[in-house]
Design a protein around this ligand. Structure first.
Ligand code: AMP
Length: 288
C-alpha cells in the first residue's frame, strides 16, 4: 500500500492507474471504524484500485467545535487500510490542501445547506464541498463512496456532482452499527459508559419508527412523535421527516423521504471553558 502525503505523490500515483482500471475513492477524517471499512469494501467490490483519504478538514469545523480534540489515530488507520486491501492512502497536511490566504468558496444551495446540520453548523457544508471538490479534482475517481449515515452531506455532494457535471459516480453506502445498534461514528470515542447507555436511545428510536412504518404507519407527525418519545430525555437538535430537498413532509413515501435525527448526549457534568455542559452530538437517520 502506498502512503501519499503530498499532491505531487498523489499525481504520480494517479498516473500509474491505467485507463482500463477503475478507481474508487472514499474521503474520511480517520479514526477508522467499520463504517469506513464498509466504504472500502464497496470500493474494492466495484473497482480495480481503491484510494482512501484521511484528513481532518479544518474548513468544515466551526470555531467552537472539536477540531483540536477530534480523534486522530494515524498509525492504526494506516494498518487498517493496509489489512483491508486499500491500494493507496492520501494523508495530506493542512498546508498541502489549503492556501494560507482566502480561497474560492463552494456554496451549496440554500435549501439543502442552511437547515439541519447546516443550520446548527454555519458554513459546515461549504467546508465539506471545498475539500471534496479538491479531492475529486486531484484524484479523478470513477466512483466515490459516501455513508448514508451523513444523509445531508450525501445529498449535497450528489447535487454538486450533478450541478457541476463532474464525471464521478456517487455510491451511497448503508449505515454500519455496533452490536447494540448505535451507528458507528468516530465521535463515539467521546462516549463514556453512562453516556453510551443514553446514546442507545437513538437506535431504539430508529427501530421503533421502522417497526411502526413496517406495520403501515406513514403519517410523519405520528412517526416523529414515536421517535421523540424514545429519545427522551436527550436534547434533540432535530427529528424530522423530509424529502430529498429537505422539505418537511406530511407522509412518508418509499425511496423519497428520510427521517433526520440529531441529538446531544451529555458526557459528564463538568462545566467546560465556554460554560456549556460537555456533550457529544450524534446523528442518525432512516432512508425509507
Ligand atoms: P468521517 O470520517 O466521519 O468524515 O466519515 C467518512 C465517510 O464515512 C463519510 O462518507 C461517512 O458518511 C461515512 N461513515 C461514517 N460513519 C459511518 C457508518 N456508521 N456507516 C457507514 N458509513 C459511515
Amino acid at each position: 500500500m502506498e502512503i501519499l502525503r503530498t499532491k505531487n505523490d498523489l499525481r504520480l500515483w494517479r498516473k500509474e492507474v491505467v485507463k482500463h482500471q477503475r478507481l474508487g475513492f472514499a474521503p474520511t477524517m480517520g479514526a477508522l471504524h467499520d463504517g469506513h471499512l464498509s466504504l472500502i469494501r464497496a470500493s474494492k467490490r466495484d473497482n480495480e484500485k481503491t484510494l482512501i483519504s484521511i484528513f481532518v478538514n479544518p474548513a468544515q469545523f466551526g470555531v467552537n467545535e472539536d477540531f483540536d480534540k477530534y480523534p486522530r489515530n494515524e498509525q492504526s488507520d494506516i494498518e487498517l487500510c493496509n489489512k483491508s486491501g486499500v491500494d493507496a492512502v492520501f494523508l495530506p497536511s493542512i498546508a498541502e490542501m489549503y492556501e494560507s490566504g482566502s480561497e474560492t468558496n463552494i456554496i451549496p444551495p440554500k435549501n439543502l445547506a442552511t437547515s439541519f446540520e447546516g443550520g446548527l453548523r454555519s458554513g459546515h457544508f461549504n467546508g465539506v464541498l471545498r475539500v471534496v471538490l479538491k479531492f475529486f479534482n486531484l484524484i479523478r475517481p470513477n466512483n466515490a463512496y459516501f455513508g448514508q449515515k451523513d444523509a445531508q452531506q450525501l445529498l449535497i455532494i450528489k447535487k454538486m456532482v450533478s450541478d457541476l457535471f463532474l464525471p464521478i459516480n456517487i455510491v451511497p453506502c448503508l449505515t454500519q452499527r455496533d452490536s447494540n445498534g448505535l451507528a458507528l461514528s468516530s465521535r463515539n470515542a467521546y462516549l463514556k459508559e453512562n453516556s453510551y447507555q443514553n446514546a442507545l436511545k437513538i437506535p431504539n428510536a430508529i427501530n421503533a419508527v421502522k417497526e411502526a412504518y413496517d406495520k403501515g404507519e406513514v403519517d410523519a407527525k405520528i412517526l416523529e412523535n414515536i421517535a421523540l418519545r424514545h429519545l427522551e430525555p436527550l436534547k434533540i437538535d432535530y427529528c424530522k421527516i423530509v424529502d430529498f430537498n429537505l422539505k418537511a413532509q406530511k407522509k412518508v413515501r418509499e425511496n423519497a423521504t428520510l427521517m433526520l435525527v440529531a441529538v446531544r448526549v451529555a458526557v459528564g457534568n463538568q462545566q467546560s471553558d465556554n460554560g456549556k455542559l460537555n456533550e457529544v452530538r450524534l446523528l442518525d437517520n432512516i432512508w425509507f
